[in-house]
Write a protein that binds this ligand. Structure first.
Ligand SMILES: [Zn+2]
Ligand SMILES: [Zn+2]
Length: 299
């Protein structure tokens, strides 16, 4: 194996070659973002993530070879870094400092015959591990789940952490703010005047039926509230946020003369629209929206 990644991680661990004597340093933490839908945030989710990380070779106990096989690299005198002169033109040289080629930046060499066969002298071997993150109900976007010491291990430093970050995916119907949800609902002018009755496919897989109060006219851009049809509160999942419904009233572009007459006769004779599918497990009622229904802080 080897390659650029190892060199960079070694450079990181040594802090540029000067930090070796200051005791073990902590290795780099690795972040993994996981996509989580709003449905999954509603219900909670167990997410598995496979990490391929370095672990200290058990055969050589992280020494890279048998006892006495290690010696200070002659190329860099154990510094791990080396200053190189590169000819860039006739009589012109550029000076650069980088990890030593001979020891791969480790500052030591292991004699070939006594190298550990298991890790080929690298002191570490790749190991795959599946980590299980339990995404809480109502988990906020950007929430971090830390797996301490599960990243790369190395003899010279403490292993870094693996951090799993919740990346909430946009939802086609609901927008989220804290534990509250917002949805837009388009209604016809007729519905806005005579009342609306529709079904919402909810995040838990159920359906509920929404009815406006009798005699209540829905204004364009009116916000109404369905209590406790938001997300579970984060870390308090028996309480729920609210669902706010923003009504968009679709006005007819034109009315025929006869219709105008009908409207003038105090809106008589109009038929109400109903959802084709009223197969809902529950019927809920819209109430007027107010600011104190918000549960934005509850996460
Ligand atoms: Zn060297
Ligand atoms: Zn080994």
């Amino acid at each position: 194996m080897g390659g650029g990644g190892d060199i960079f991680s070694q450079m990181f661990g040594f802090g540029g070659g000067a930090g070796r004597d200051r005791g073990p340093k902590k290795g780099k933490s690795v972040q993994h973002s996981i996509k989580v839908t709003l449905e999954e945030i509603y219900k909670g989710k167990t997410s598995k993530i496979a990490v391929n990380r370095d672990r200290i070779c058990k055969k050589c106990d992280g020494k890279g070879g048998i006892d006495g096989a290690n010696s200070t690299c002659e190329g860099c005198h154990g510094r791990g870094m080396r200053t190189k002169m590169t000819q860039i033109g006739p009589g012109m040289y550029s000076q650069s400092t980088g990890p030593c080629d001979e020891c791969n930046g480790t500052g030591e060499t292991i004699d070939e015959a006594n190298k550990c066969k298991n890790c080929n002298g690298k002191k570490v071997v790749k190991e795959k591990k599946v980590l299980e993150a339990i995404i809480d109900k109502g988990s906020p976007h950007g929430e971090k789940y830390v797996f301490h010491g599960e990243s790369d291990e190395h003899p010279d430093r403490e292993p870094g952490d693996v951090i799993i970050v919740v990346n909430e995916q946009p939802h086609s119907v609901f927008k989220r703010k804290g534990a509250d949800l917002l949805m837009e609902k388009e209604v016809s002018l007729l519905e806005s005047l005579t009342g609306c009755d529709f079904v919402v496919d909810f995040l838990d897989g159920s359906k509920f039926r929404v009815q406006s109060p009798k005699g209540k006219v829905i204004q364009p851009d009116q916000l109404m509230t369905i209590e406790e049809k938001g997300l579970p509160f984060h870390k308090n999942p028996y309480r729920f946020g609210n669902l706010f419904v923003l009504f968009k009233v679709k006005f007819p572009e034109t009315l025929q003369e006869a219709q105008v007459k009908d409207v003038q006769q105090v809106l008589k004779g109009m038929k109400k629209n109903v959802d084709a599918n009223m197969d809902a497990s529950e019927t809920v009622t819209l109430i007027p929206f107010s600011q104190d229904q918000k549960n934005t802080h509850c996460q």
